[in-house]
Write a new protein. Structure first.
Lengths: 657, 177, 158
């Protein structure tokens, strides 16, 4: 009964979202405040029923209702309850329902938190969110319902969740990722509302900013979690594979970063309005494209859901209507926007344009590389593959340029700046960065390449420029430093934190790429192997039985410079329900290096194939991601936004008095 | 002029959309053989039925034929086997390559399920398979009278696939005549 | 339904860490092995290189790479060996030819176009301002310009 309630709730949600897509939009067009006022309650209704549906599916999992085919494919009675809950989004249908729930959630948030928006804008924004929700609800109900039943003979036991997914990572990574992906729909909705109403002014940018920053922060967190999860879960110590599904999440992130910066410029200076609108459309379009790539079977990926061309066609139609429609609207309306002010070649506006161009180029590279095999195949020119060597070769140089301009941009003045004065300001920090970078790498044994130097020097460059900028701002006037520090707005701290995150990420990438050491070897009990300053002694493996698996656990004693340091226990598990074998890696995490041990196959006489890895600075990758996330959240929660709306509120009140 | 420029994003998107649509009907995991129109790789491997006798490419020449890569550990091979038996009865020449398998199991298997193969090449280490670009059994190749590979199909051979193979065979025979 | 079960089975090979305990004559050989197997694609898997995949064909191809390195083959010869048998599909680093020049050079083209666009935007705006007939009306007085500069200074500071 409950699964049918779930379907019924979705149908109700669909009806309400259809109303949400139409009534407030027409109301906004006609200036009918009553019709616009339906938007808020309709949004609440859509969320309410979608949530009921999601709860129904979760209940089916928790109650082990294997008459529901999705539950039977993804769960098992021996599965611990927390994995049964996260198994809800372990497959295509359920994760799509999570997508829709997240969308309904963002719609609700916008409906509840936008009391100071002009009515017609609010009506249009919620209307656009309603249109997207309608499209996805139709998709779920017609092609991907998680509530399909396996009657009359339902299995007594489920097929179990893929053991790779029986992990904390599944609990956090998809929800955070979807919060980001779907969150860009808010910026998209604001952009469409602005195009429709003809009001593409700085106010639009101000309304959009907090929503976009939060969505960006979530997406950053989601991608960071995904990389971290893949690292310890998959058994070979990689942290980014340029896999199509990973690229599908990176592309909206790149354009989202450009959007976040572009919105800042549009708000402060009123320039780039139509570029910013275009970026907002692209960011969400890339999210939708990602959804298509992952679920249509058009590209091969280890992460892809079950391929189904019929579903792919449906999503393609969704894409055509949403993206095609919005780009068409853009082409018609954007020319009516003219930016008034000008700026010189050396100015912060130009720096931000450069930033946007570089991010767009990297996004274009990723898009091109991901779709090229498809392009070549569709043109009948055979089958090729495009993988990490391509993506690394192209994105690293452009990324380096980006970091270079990042450091410059933060200290360039708005509107115009004397070029020579700027260069003089930059020479000393640049030299310091080079010296620090070169010294720190020379002190390190190993093979540094040119790009290692570039990465580390540019990271120091960002650090030096940040310190120099902060100290400039706090050492003004006669007021004490601490007071000046407190006066700096939260969004400034957010910016510095996020930029610092970039530097930390760059160091992580440069170091782990250059100094990673790996040994694959046969180890019999008693064998030792030296990796760097660490000695590994293999002591053998023993058997163990877990809740839904049986495993072999190996023990390795680790010595650092001869002194006992740690004991590491990699595992090899056989999950009984599916008969799949999984590697549980033994990790010794550290701020400056990870020790990574994976167990391979058993060889003769108690010996095993073992992989030992020494990974310096790998945690800096995710630390950088976390810094960027928190920076984004800091910036989004700047009280200026609330003060602004309070000021406007009081202005309205005095005007109406 | 600016108005026209604004339509560029839309145009680019529609172009991409067209390719995505085409992509829905392609299979990204299907790889064409790199050896089409190239000779069968040279080999010298024992025959399953007469282990003292070594087979070479010369034993596969003389007429247009199918070369079927199979193994007892491959469930799909079992599925297609009865169809191969039918083809053999119709007079189609099929050579078999027993890929990374055990000769004893293979012999027992063929006894049980009948033997449609003119000859069975024993490729225990998979070297011939590797030289041919085999990546998963079953695979079926069409070779011409000189031993040049003309076509490869990955997966089971059934009535539909046979139509495609027949078309290739006719084309090859026509060209050779 | 069967479709999904079949595809689920394809997940299985993914989960096994593919570790071969090969012994190399020199450390350089081991690094060459790691780099080559990272750049060669497993023909059967769902987008994995032969280093990470546990599929039988990946194991065979790793064995071949090992054999060829020990036989003294150069990297380019090993790559050619694989391409001759499996086609360009197995190269994660696409060959640079007429089919792929847009892949390799397109992004730089876009970068160039982007740079041009930036220059155009900056100079066209200046030109527009000068060319506009009602420019006088929007010109700032000296006092207003001083105020603008002061406001921008404040903005620059925080």
């Amino acid at each position: 009964m409950i699964p049918e309630l779930g379907t019924y709730a979705l149908v109700l949600a669909l009806c309400l979202s259809v109303l949400l897509s139409t009534i407030p939009m027409v109301g906004a067009q006609r200036g009918n405040l009553l019709w616009i006022s339906f938007a808020r309650p309709l949004s609440i209704g859509v969320f309410f029923f979608t949530a009921i549906s999601f709860v129904a599916l979760t209940y089916a999992f928790l109650a082990n209702d294997f008459s529901v085919s999705y539950v039977a494919n993804n769960s098992n009675t021996a599965l611990p309850w927390y994995y049964r809950m996260s198994a809800v989004w372990g497959g295509h249908e359920g994760s799509l329902l999570l997508w829709v729930l997240t969308l309904a959630g963002w719609t609700l948030a916008v409906a509840l938190k936008s009391r100071d928006l002009p009515a017609d804008i609010l009506g249009r924004v919620l209307g656009v969110m309603g249109i997207i929700t309608t499209g996805f609800l139709l998709f779920v109900l017609f092609t991907s319902s998680p509530f399909e039943r396996l009657l009359p003979r339902s299995p007594a036991e489920g097929a179990d969740l893929n053991p790779l997914l029986q992990d904390f990572g599944l609990i956090v990574h998809p929800p955070m990722l979807y919060m980001g992906y779907v969150g860009f729909s808010v910026a998209f909705a604001f952009a469409i509302a602005a195009l429709l109403s003809g009001r593409l002014d700085a106010a639009w940018a101000r309304w959009s900013r907090p929503w976009t920053n939060v969505a960006w922060a979530f997406l950053t967190l989601g991608i960071t979690l995904g990389s971290w999860w893949a690292y310890y879960e998959l058994g070979w110590g990689g942290w980014w594979f340029w896999d199509p599904v990973e690229n599908a999440s990176l592309m909206p992130w790149l354009i989202g970063t450009a959007l976040v910066h572009s919105l800042a410029v549009t708000e402060k200076r009123g320039v780039f309005k139509s570029w910013t609108v275009l970026l907002a459309i692209f960011a969400f379009s890339l999210s939708l494209l990602g959804t298509f790539l992952v679920r249509s079977g058009v590209l091969t990926s280890v992460h892809a859901f079950a391929a189904d061309p019929e579903r792919g066609f449906f999503i393609l139609m969704l894409l055509l209507i949403t993206i095609g429609g919005s780009l068409f609207l853009y082409a018609l309306r954007a020319s009516e926007v003219k930016s008034e002010s000008s700026f010189s070649l050396v100015s912060r506006e130009t720096m931000l344009l450069v930033n946007n161009v570089l991010l767009t180029v990297i996004c274009f590279t990723v898009l091109l590389g991901t779709l090229y095999p498809l392009l070549v195949d569709a043109l009948g020119m055979g089958k090729i593959s495009v993988g990490p060597p391509y993506f690394n070769a192209l994105s690293v140089p452009v990324g380096a340029l980006l970091m270079l301009f990042l450091g410059v941009g933060a200290v360039t003045r708005w509107r115009r700046q004397d070029g020579t004065a700027l260069l003089k300001q930059l020479v000393v920090p640049f030299v310091i960065a080079i010296v620090l970078g070169v010294l720190s790498l020379m002190l390190r044994e190993g093979e540094s390449t040119l790009w290692t130097y570039v990465g580390v020097i540019l990271a120091f460059w960002l650090l030096v420029m940040a310190i120099s900028d902060i100290s400039d701002r706090v050492r003004r006037r006669s007021t004490p430093v601490l007071a000046n520090l407190k006066r700096l707005p939260r969004s400034y701290y957010g910016m510095q934190m996020a930029h610092l995150g970039v530097a930390v990420l760059a160091v992580g990438i440069a170091m782990v790429s250059a100094f990673n050491e790996q040994r694959d070897l046969r180890m019999a009990p008693g064998d030792t192997q030296q990796v760097g300053d660490y000695t590994f002694v293999f002591e053998g493996a023993r058997h163990f039985d877990g809740p839904n698996y049986s495993s072999d656990i190996a023990t390795l004693r680790v010595f650092y410079k001869g002194e006992p340091y740690d004991v590491m226990q990699p595992e090899k598990r056989l999950y009984t329900a599916r008969g799949t074998v999984m590697t549980e890696v033994a990790l010794d995490p550290g701020l400056f290096r990870d020790l990574y041990v994976a167990l391979g196959e058993p060889l003769e006489n108690g010996a095993w194939a073992i992989r030992l890895q020494f990974k310096p600075y790998v945690r800096w990758l995710w630390l950088g991601g976390l810094l960027m996330t928190f920076g984004g959240i800091l910036a989004a929660t700047d009280p200026r936004y609330r003060k602004q709306s309070r000021r406007e509120q009081s202005k309205l009140e005095t005007a109406n008095a | 002029m600016r108005k026209l420029l604004l339509f560029i994003p839309l145009a680019l998107f529609l172009g991409m959309g067209f390719f995505l649509w085409k992509g829905l009907y392609l299979d990204p995991r299907e790889i064409p053989s790199a050896l089409v129109d190239r000779p069968m790789p040279a080999f010298e491997l024992p025959s399953l039925t007469e282990p003292e006798r070594n087979l070479t490419v010369a034993d596969l020449t003389g007429e247009v034929a199918l070369v079927n890569v199979w193994a007892t550990w491959c469930p799909t091979c079992k599925e297609e086997h009865s169809f191969l038996n039918q083809l053999a009865q119709q007079g189609v020449t099929i050579y078999g390559i027993n890929y990374k398998d055990e000769p004893v199991k293979a012999t027992a298997w063929l006894q049980r399920y009948l033997n449609p193969y003119r000859e069975v090449i024993l490729d225990q280490e998979g070297r011939l398979g590797l030289d041919m670009g085999v990546y998963g059994a079953p695979e079926t190749y069409v070779i011409d009278a000189e031993g040049t590979i003309r076509y490869r199909h990955v997966g089971a051979v059934d009535a539909n696939v046979w139509k495609q193979l027949q078309a290739v065979i006719e084309q090859v025979e026509g060209a050779g005549a | 339904m069967q479709r999904y079960l079949f595809l689920l089975m394809l997940w299985a090979p993914l989960s096994w860490a593919a570790i071969d305990a090969y012994e190399f004559r020199t450390p350089v050989d081991e690094i060459r092995f790691q780099e080559l197997t990272a750049e060669l694609r497993c023909p059967k898997c769902q987008n994995q290189n032969i280093a990470d995949s546990d599929a039988p064909i990946a194991k065979d191809l790793r064995r071949e790479v090992y054999r060829l390195i020990n036989a003294g083959a150069a990297d380019s010869e090993i790559v050619d060996f694989m391409v001759t048998r499996y086609g360009e599909f197995v190269l994660y680093r696409p060959v640079v030819n007429s089919h792929t020049w847009f892949l390799w050079y397109g992004p730089y083209l876009v970068l160039g176009v982007g740079a041009l666009v930036i220059l155009m935007i900056v100079y066209l705006r200046k030109a527009n301002r000068r060319a506009r007939p009602d420019a006088k009306k929007t010109e700032l007085t000296a006092e207003e310009r001083a105020r603008l500069d002061a406001l921008l200074e404040k903005d620059n500071k925080g």
